[in-house]
Design a protein around this ligand. Structure first.
Ligand code: DX5
Ligand code: ZN
Length: 224
């Protein structure tokens, strides 16, 4: 059974020369998922890793891999990320014209199917797809980079989505991503977030990554 609040360290801000060590630290601190930011230089102005790197990461951790696809027409690559060992996959509502097909396909392949939404995109666009989603990833910064400032209006968006999910008794959980750390974690949880992505707050903090995960967990458990 999943914890009420799950912590998903994003390795975007980790030291890639010592990635195995970085992942080991957050795993030892009992992180729930590893969040992988996949960027193609088109959908977002940055590039990161692709399926081969995901396959290598798969070999060094037991934690579920949560692939956040910030790529154009992600449907072209679902099989590659499934084969690479991703367990959760989210596609952006702005990037995939056939969300129904993609989410169905992920579900049929035993993958947790997520739909991600940018700060400037209305929740209305999720109306038809929401019953099928295992989770909705609300971007709380504009995607592309780690270490950006949390967009405050996201709190209302999280609350609004939480209400829609509750009133329709959908199963979708809410993942939040961008600018989240010890200073605003309570607020995002109070607004309705279930899965917390944190990159720079874990990997670029003054503390070790494992201590940072433990600190986020303490705050999350007080709030939940
Ligand atoms: C941004 C990515 C995030 C990013 C979060 O495009 O989707 O997952 O790594 O990093 P922080 O927590 O530093 O905002
Ligand atoms: Zn992300």
């Amino acid at each position: 059974m999943a914890r009420t609040i799950e912590i998903a360290p994003s390795i975007l801000s980790a030291d890639f020369a010592h990635l195995a060590l970085e992942i080991e630290k957050v795993e030892s601190a009992d992180a729930d998922l590893i969040h992988l930011d996949i960027m193609d230089g088109h959908f977002v102005p940055n590039m990161t890793i692709g399926p081969p790197a995901v396959a290598s990461i798969r070999k060094i951790t037991k934690l579920p891999l949560d692939a956040h696809l910030m790529i154009e027409r992600p449907e072209r690559y679902l099989d590659d990320f499934i084969r690479a060992g991703a367990n959760w996959i989210s596609v952006h509502v702005e990037a995939d014209a056939h969300l129904d097909r993609s989410l169905r396909y992920l579900g049929e392949n035993g993958i947790k199917a997520g739909v991600a939404i940018n700060p400037g995109t209305s929740l209305n666009l999720l109306e038809e797809i929401l019953p099928m989603a295992d989770y909705v990833l609300i971007m709380t910064v504009n995607p592309g980079f780690g270490g950006q400032r949390f967009i405050e209006s996201s709190l209302d968006k999280i609350r609004k989505l939480k209400k829609i999910i509750a009133s329709n008794e959908y199963r979708a959980r809410i993942e939040v991503d961008g600018g989240i750390g010890t200073e605003n974690l309570q607020q995002v949880i109070a607004a309705g977030a279930d899965i917390i992505v944190a990159g720079s707050a874990i990997f670029s903090a003054q503390k070790n990554a494992d201590e940072s995960v433990r600190e986020l967990r303490r705050i999350a458990e007080c709030q939940a």
